[in-house]
Design a protein around this ligand. Structure first.
Ligand code: ATP
Ligand code: MG
Length: 485
């Protein structure tokens, strides 16, 4: 056999492999083109459908005129309509839509005196002081408006939603294209906050959509939202808070979740339930992030499609007209349990309420209660706490000598089991009677100083002391000395 003939089987195999590799490479390139095209198509459809109702400035006048005509026609037709209820509802809806559009595109230079919200002109007057928070989509700055501290939310190029979208290897998108979806999320938040009002939802103060620019400068940037300013809530701070403050957070969450379950825009779920979606404002917790809040109950065919997994057991909800009823509310409650209630409700709670608090925690973990039942139980604990009922059956107390306007400033402090702070025995008590009881229970306690500091729950701050020497005057405090000491 000739040398070249000797190698032919090997060469043919190599050619075959090379051809197949080439074939797969072509297929892969075609596939990825297809994917990019699909991704673009999906992206455009999503953006376009979501931005429906939030037109570009060019379309704005057309839309407003069209919607005016629609409203006028609708009013006329509804007058003659026999379906009165439906007609009225639709008018309200069309009015809301109209005002939503005009406010969102508030390009006016004059202050809108009829609007309860700050407009573009007011917002450009805000003195921006710094940055207080940054999430995936939005950046939050603090500022001052006429002496009032406010928070400004906007989308910035360094928010991951933008930077990752621009860098995406799959689809080439311009910065402006990437901003559209992120700004949609902020616009959604504005619209939702206009419709939701609750003590534990951050208050919307104003908004401005003046152009499509994505500037950092508040004076020229496209979309800005202004709310009341809060402070960040992290897990370490949360678990270190004294029980009364932690309990306040639990009561507030119970009220908030009950409101969200029955909100004016349906039962709402906080999809991305985490601590950073909340801020503290004057000692109370408030929900601040609404871009992942929606009212879409899951679709279902049977009850089995409506399963919610809890940490202690799972629960099935009824499938009604193709939707799982109550699942959103149950998920909120479960997440509130996982992020807050399970860690902060029981530890350090008053002895006489501990069993009840544990029962509440377990029912939340087992998904046994809905948000309404949870809220009712939390209100009951709250009223028990405020009633002072637990003091009615106290044993006979020691005698205490009262010294009005007396104090032991930075003296005789010690750490006790129930203290609210480190380095002193600071307690929250219902009354002087409870302070005496606490001092009686503690062998180290020789006296206590009652302050006039009142907590949100009506409880008073008291300092137990392990000595009685060096009594000093103080207008605002009263000393009680245990006898026999
Ligand atoms: N009113 C406010 N006052 C002070 N800080 C705030 C306020 N609102 C939000 N923040 C802070 O800014 C951060 C980002 O805000 P927000 O949660 O609205 O942005 P996001 O991009 O949606 O975040 P995420 O990616 O977590 O969903 C929050 O985690 C919070 O710490
Ligand atoms: Mg968010």
């Amino acid at each position: 056999m000739k040398p070249w003939r000797r190698g032919w089987p090997l060469r043919s195999v190599a050619t075959l492999i090379a051809m197949s590799l080439f074939y797969y490479a072509v297929l892969a390139i075609l596939e990825s083109f297809h994917q990019i095209h699909d991704d673009h198509a999906v992206y455009n459809t999503v953006v376009n459908s979501r931005l429906d109702g939030l037109p570009s400035l060019a379309l704005l006048n057309l839309r407003i005129n069209a919607s005016r005509t629609f409203k006028y026609r609708h009013l006329k037709s509804s007058e003659s309509s026999r379906e009165q209820g439906r007609g009225v509802k639709s008018i309200v809806r069309s009015r809301n839509l109209n005002s939503g559009i005009s406010k969102l595109n508030n390009t006016e230079t004059e202050k809108n005196t009829s609007s309860p919200y700050l407009g573009c002109r007011d917002i450009t007057e805000i003195q921006v002081l710094g940055k207080v928070g940054r999430g995936y989509t939005k950046t939050v700055q603090n500022g001052q408006y006429q002496g009032m501290e406010v928070a400004l939310k906007s989308v910035q190029p360094d928010n991951k939603d933008i930077s990752e979208c621009v860098k995406s290897p799959m689809v080439r998108r311009s910065v402006d294209e990437c901003f559209i979806f992120a700004k949609y999320k902020l616009a959604k938040e504005i619209i939702m906050l206009q419709q939701l009002q609750h003590a534990n939802i951050v208050k919307l103060l104003g908004f401005c959509w003046q152009n499509e620019l994505n500037d950092i400068d508040v004076k020229t940037r496209g979309l800005t939202m202004v709310t009341e300013l809060g402070t960040r809530l992290d897990v370490i701070t949360l678990i270190q808070l004294p029980w009364h403050e932690r309990f306040r957070i639990c009561v507030s969450l119970a009220r908030l979740l009950d409101y969200l379950s029955n909100s004016p825009i349906g039962s709402l779920i906080i999809r991305d339930f985490k601590l950073s979606q909340f801020v503290m404002v004057n000692g109370d917790i408030k929900l601040t992030d609404f871009d992942d809040v929606d009212n879409e109950e899951p679709k279902c065919l049977t009850n089995r499609d409506c399963l919610v997994s809890g940490s202690k057991r799972n629960k099935t909800f009824p499938c009604h007209q193709g939707r799982c009823n109550g699942v959103l509310s149950a998920k909120n409650l479960f997440n509130a349990g996982r992020n807050f209630i399970n860690h902060i409700l029981v530890p350090g709670g008053p002895e006489h309420l501990k069993a009840y608090l544990r029962e509440i925690k377990n029912n939340v973990q087992r998904l046994s209660w809905d948000s309404g039942t949870f809220a009712r139980h939390m209100e009951k604990v709250h009223s028990l706490l405020r009633s002072g009922e637990h003091l009615e059956t106290l044993p006979k107390l020691n005698f205490y000598k009262q010294v009005a306007k007396g104090d032991f400033p930075n003296l005789h402090d010690y750490n006790c089991a129930e203290t609210r702070v480190f380095g002193a025995c600071e307690l929250a008590v219902y009354s002087v009677k409870e302070a005496k009881y606490m001092c009686d229970l503690d062998r180290s306690c020789k006296a206590f100083v009652m302050t006039s500091n009142v907590l949100w729950s009506g409880y008073l701050i008291v300092y137990l002391k392990n000595g009685t020497s060096n009594l000093q005057p103080n207008e605002h405090t009263t000393v009680y000395i245990k006898y026999p000491t």
